[in-house]
Design a protein around this ligand. Structure first.
Ligand SMILES: *[C@@H]1O[C@H](CO)[C@@H](O)[C@H](O)[C@H]1NC(C)=O
Length: 503
């Protein structure tokens, strides 16, 4: 993964100064370099335009590929499954333009296989085998003559991150073997485990790309709030169960009177924890059902919300800051618009809410659902699995506890949108990763330079133009890469990350 190439335009020019023979940059470092950058860029633009015209005429209409589009593949190795994303783009160099593909409703074609790569820690060859099917899907979407130039990257997240490094490496190596012989363009370091904050930055890029706010005023950019995927949501749900079973959480006097049995306010009445253990694999049935049966389902949204809040605030005693909002984590004041994705989106969609619905709408829907009888719910939502259905009372209460009770969003706050995609763009970190790769593609830039150099690389004019085009490229890219804020709640790590994005 390429890191930041520059922190500001000023540094860009300095970096250029050191590494390239740019004699026309004055050596006085006190001069405002940003203006210099603009001037250089302007000179470069005119020269580049002139040269392009000149070269195009000289080449007699030879096919020029500097603006040629293509395809790109990102394989997302998540904890519950591995998903391939195939993108088609029409321009490269600056921010790529994605093409609508497939049925024309989205910019991405994707396919997922389960389980995730981390499940193959004991059967490493299985990891490679699991992506064969995905690559076949990719080959079906990319024209054969483009396979060789289509880059495929595999980025693994939470699941693999939890394994020890040696196991991670074995799983990755197994995938690399398959990727090398896939026919697509691949290098060994293109299969890697990415960090949680990389994932956050990519998701932020995807959101702002979709919203059209990439490169704009940092104050106008859009943040993302997410629960950290399906696995984190399940983890939260499990923690709640533990909290309830431990008896640390006495929600009402009644449950104290009930003695051994704890009330579970996040599960609609009528559901029996004991009987439902039949869903578990047979081996663990007896033990699990014993422990589960101490919970008595009695859905109540308000109580469930208190329980979720307690879960979120665990560890508040250790807060080292003046003000902590989630556990012992300090969260800065939240500004701007936010997209609430993944589980936020699925939950609001389940309740039939619009993307612009407010938290009060969600409370109303959650109250009704939590208080409903389990058997009536099962009848009403017969197409859903029981396990899925079971989570919605908790999800609705958890979202309110997180966004309102913990983060302080007003119940009628219109800054939050519950969405998973904007205008056919999935708000998915894989899209952000692709955009970043395509924008920061050294191969592409070298290709551009080679084109300009043409058949006479020794010519002084060519050298000069290459230099100015380099300045122009770096300056223009750094323009939308000026440090910008992104804000993401990462439930997996249990904290909110606010970072400056500057790469
Ligand atoms: C839910 O719990 C709250 C607080 O314990 C209580 O005031 C309310 O009446 C309960 N709602 C229902 C429908 O039982």
């Amino acid at each position: 993964m390429r890191r930041s190439i520059a922190h500001s335009p000023a540094i860009d020019c300095q970096a250029m100064d050191a590494s390239k023979p740019l004699r026309f940059i004055p050596s006085n470092p006190k001069k405002p370099r940003f203006n210099l950058c603009i001037v250089l860029a302007a000179v470069a633009v005119s020269l580049a335009v002139f040269f392009f015209l000149f070269a195009a005429a000289a080449a007699g209409g030879r096919d020029r590929s500097e603006k040629r589009g293509g395809f790109g593949i990102v394989i997302d190795g998540g904890s519950t499954g591995t998903r391939i994303h195939v993108f088609e783009f029409s321009a490269e160099g600056e921010i790529p333009v994605l093409e609508m593909v497939g049925s024309g409703k989205s910019v991405v074609m994707s396919m997922k296989v389960s389980p995730g790569l981390s499940d193959y820690a004991e059967d490493v060859d299985g990891a490679g085998r699991s992506i064969v099917e995905l690559l076949e899907f990719g080959k079906g979407k990319v024209p054969k003559e483009r396979w060789g130039e289509t880059e495929v990257r595999l980025m693994a997240t939470a699941g693999l991150r939890r394994l020890e490094v040696a196991s991670q490496e074995r799983v990755l190596e197994s995938c690399r073997r398959v990727l090398r012989s896939s026919g697509f363009r691949f290098q060994d370091d293109w299969a890697s485990v990415i960090s949680g904050s990389d994932e956050g930055i990519y998701a932020w890029i995807a959101a702002n790309y979709a919203m059209g706010s990439l490169g704009g005023d940092p104050q106008q950019t859009t943040g993302i709030i997410e629960l950290g995927g399906a696995s984190a949501q399940n983890a939260a749900y499990e923690s709640l169960r533990k909290l309830l079973e431990s008896g640390d959480l006495k929600l009402s006097a009644e449950s104290v009177q009930a003695g051994i049995s704890s009330l579970d306010p996040c599960t609609p009445s009528g559901y029996s924890h004991g009987v439902q253990s039949g869903m578990l694999p047979s081996g663990v049935l007896s033990l699990k059902s014993m422990s589960l049966s101490t919970l008595h389902a009695r859905g109540n949204f308000s109580e469930c919300r208190s329980a979720a809040l307690m879960l979120l605030q665990k560890g508040k005693g250790e807060c080292m800051y003046k003000h902590c909002r989630i556990g012992s984590t300090f969260i800065p004041h939240l500004q701007g618009k936010f997209l609430a994705t993944e589980n936020f989106f699925y939950t609001s969609k389940f309740f039939g809410l619009a993307s612009t619905a407010s938290l009060s709408d969600l409370i109303l829907a959650g109250k009704q659902f939590c208080g409903e009888d389990w058997f009536r719910l099962k009848k009403k939502y017969h197409s859903l699995t029981q396990e899925d259905l079971l989570h919605y009372c908790f999800s609705s209460a958890y979202i309110v506890a997180l966004l309102h009770d913990s983060l302080g969003f007003a119940l009628d706050d219109k800054r939050i949108q519950f969405v998973n995609q904007v205008g056919g763009m999935p708000i998915d970190w894989a899209l952000g990763a692709f955009i970043l790769l395509k924008t920061d593609n050294p191969g592409g830039r070298r290709g551009l330079i080679t084109n300009i150099l043409g058949d006479d690389p020794s010519s002084l004019l060519s050298l000069f133009i290459v230099s100015t085009v380099l300045v122009f490229t770096v300056c223009s890219i750094s323009k939308w890469r000026k440090p910008q804020l992104k804000t993401i709640y990462d439930l997996e790590k249990g904290r909110y990350i606010v970072t400056r994005v500057n790469r």
